[in-house]
Design a protein around this ligand. Structure first.
Ligand code: SF4
Length: 212
C-alpha cells in the first residue's frame, strides 16, 4: 500500500483534476441532506434531485415527515427505487429524530448510525457536508478507485475509511471522498479511462494492467 506521503500527493493531483468536488445532491440543511442521502442508495444523485424539491416542500422538517404514512410517502419517492424500504427508513429516521433529538440532526457519528436507515457512509456524508464535522464516506467509487491506485487495500468500506483517514489530515477528509467519488464517476469507471487520469503513473492497477 502507498505511504501517507504518496497518498497525499495522489489526492493533490486528483483534486487538481476535479477542482471543487462536492456532493451532487441538492440540499439546504442537514435534515434535507440526510433525506437525500438515504434516497440515493441504489439510485443516482440526479434522480434523487428530481424528487427532493417537492418532497422537501411537503416535509420541510423531521416533525413533518414523522407524521406521514408509508402510503402517502411511497408515491413521492417511487422513482428512486427500493421505495418501500426507503419510505420505512425515512419515517423511522424522522420519528427517531423527533423522539431522541428534538427534531434536529445530531452532529455525532454514534447518534447518527443509531437512526433507522443510516449507516456510516450516510452519516459521514451529512457530518462532512452539512454539520462541519469532517468525515470520509466510502461508497463503491471510493472503494474501487482507492484500491486500484493502491492508497487503500480492502473490500471493507470501514477499513478503507480508516486507511485513508490515517493518511490524510482531518480537514481533507470530506473533500478527499468527494474527489474520489467524482474520479470514479468520470474517469476511473468500472471500465477505466486511464489515458485521461492524472495519477496514471502512481496507479498500481495501471502498471499491473500493462505488466510493468
Ligand atoms: S490510472 Fe486508470 S485505474 Fe488507475 S486511477 Fe487512473 S483511471 Fe483508475
Amino acid at each position: 500500500m502507498k505511504s501517507p506521503t504518496e497518498t497525499r500527493h495522489i489526492l493533490d493531483a486528483l483534486e487538481a483534476q476535479h477542482p471543487g468536488a462536492d456532493t451532487e445532491l441538492h440540499y439546504t440543511n442537514a435534515f434535507e441532506l440526510l433525506v437525500a442521502t438515504i434516497l440515493s442508495a441504489q439510485s443516482t444523485d440526479q434522480r434523487v434531485n428530481l424528487v427532493t424539491p417537492a418532497l422537501f416542500k411537503r416535509y420541510p422538517s423531521a416533525r413533518a415527515l414523522a407524521k406521514t404514512t408509508s402510503k402517502q410517502l411511497e408515491p413521492r419517492i417511487h422513482s428512486t427505487g427500493f421505495f418501500r424500504a426507503k419510505s420505512k427508513a425515512l419515517i423511522g429516521m424522522a420519528r427517531a429524530l423527533v423522539k431522541q433529538h428534538g427534531g434536529a440532526v445530531p452532529a455525532d457519528m454514534e447518534a447518527l448510525v443509531e437512526l433507522p436507515g443510516v449507516g456510516r457512509k450516510t452519516a459521514n456524508v451529512v457530518l462532512g457536508h452539512a454539520l462541519g464535522v469532517p468525515g470520509l464516506p466510502v461508497d463503491r467509487h471510493v472503494l474501487r478507485v482507492s484500491n486500484r491506485i493502491g492508497i487503500a487495500e480492502s473490500d471493507n468500506p470501514e477499513v478503507v475509511e480508516q486507511q485513508l483517514c490515517a493518511a490524510l489530515e482531518r480537514k481533507r477528509w470530506t473533500r478527499a471522498s468527494d474527489t474520489l467519488i467524482l474520479h470514479g464517476r468520470r474517469v476511473c469507471r468500472p471500465k477505466p479511462l486511464c489515458e485521461q487520469c492524472a495519477v496514471q503513473q502512481d496507479c498500481d492497477y495501471f502498471h499491473e494492467a500493462r505488466g510493468v
